[in-house]
Design a protein around this ligand. Structure first.
Ligand code: GDP
Ligand code: CA
Length: 320
């Protein structure tokens, strides 16, 4: 039987890894189920944005802007200029015209009464994605950042406007304690042959997924091996500002520290195995000491072949 593989993913790192898993599974006649972070979501100028969801859809469809790293290839900003002229939205947050088409379609369907899961199913029908996408939850649990003096802002404002330069005191997802996993998420984890944690931001991408009540428990209970990939290579983030996020929760920017943060399933955590980079070979021993199987692999997703090789490594670590 073709293997059932579930991937937990954020945006850019998550979509690169998902492309690799899709390629690796295609050879086995299977497609992954991807549980996507919705903590990055926000309302802006009357439309609902889902940055991580859209990054994954666009990447799987092959319509993403690979040079810029976000949005649609060949997009224009005519509507954005009008919004700015009206003083609407955020002057430091650009919405592409094609991207706005996605947001309008999504918002219209939400207004019609569809759930975010149903909307994502519709959005997934436009292109052959080769994967099943599920939001982590149908609840709105947008990530907030509390900075010095207790000032609170949406994650996107902290990340995009302030480029993560304001020292975060904590990250919160208001209402998440009352949220439930989106339909299909717990079932997918329970019936999986492997669950893979993409090398996404552990705090603001994988963190919110694990914070939805029931998901962490499902990971601990599944018979499937849970395998994670380090987003930290050679003691540094590959791109983005995950190091600032990790510092805020007291986790050093190191492959073994992130593994310890997720924890071993044999203890009170969620991991059975952890892929660390060849640059972090010495971290492998401390990962093993945590009760997590360490696998040293090249972790750079420089192109499609490298992402597929990384995914193969993760599947092998899961015994597939
Ligand atoms: P975002 O939602 O767009 O910020 O993206 P994610 O949370 O999915 O991924 C961001 C993380 O991906 C960062 O912490 C990077 O360190 C990591 N990352 C990016 N490229 C690579 C890569 O080629 N290999 C690995 N192992 N991690 C990567
Ligand atoms: Ca994100």
């Amino acid at each position: 039987m073709s293997p059932r593989v579930v991937v937990f993913a954020g945006g850019v790192g998550g979509s690169r890894f998902t492309l690799g898993v899709r390629a690796a599974l295609a050879a086995r006649g299977a497609e992954p189920t991807v549980v996507v972070n919705t903590g990055d979501d926000l309302w802006l100028s009357g439309v609902r944005l889902q940055p991580d969801v859209d990054s994954i859809i666009y990447a799987l469809a092959g319509v993403n802007d690979t040079a810029r790293g976000w949005g649609r290839a060949g997009d224009t900003e005519r509507v954005n200029e009008e919004l700015q002229a009206w003083g609407a939205g955020w002057p430091w947050f650009t919405l592409g015209d094609l991207d706005l088409g996605t947001h309008l379609a999504r918002t219209g369907w939400l207004r019609d009464g569809l759930t975010p899961t149903q909307v994502l199913e519709r959005l997934s029908g436009r292109w052959p994605l080769g994967a099943r996408l599920l939001p982590m939850t149908d609840a709105e649990v947008d990530t907030h950042v509390v900075v010095a003096d207790g000032e609170r802002m949406h994650f996107q404002e902290w990340w995009t406007r302030h480029r993560a330069t304001l020292t975060p005191e904590r990250f919160e997802n208001p209402g998440i304690e009352r949220a439930t996993p989106a339909p299909g998420v717990l079932e997918a984890i329970a019936s999986a042959d492997a669950v893979l944690l993409a090398p996404s931001n552990p705090v603001v991408s994988i963190g919110p997924i694990l914070a939805v009540p029931g998901i962490r428990g499902a990971l601990r209970d599944t018979t499937a091996p849970v395998v994670g990939v380090s987003p930290i290579i050679g003691g540094a983030v590959v791109r983005g500002m995950a190091d600032v996020c990790l510092a805020a929760i007291g986790v050093p920017t190191a492959a073994d520290a992130v593994a310890a943060h997720y924890g071993a399933r044999s203890g009170s955590g969620v991991l059975d195995a952890w892929l660390v980079g060849e640059e972090d070979g010495e971290a492998a021993a401390s990962v093993s000491a945590l009760g997590i199987e360490a696998h040293v692999r090249p972790l750079w997703m420089t192109d499609a072949a490298a992402s597929a090789a990384l995914a193969e490594g993760a599947l092998a670590a899961a015994g597939l």
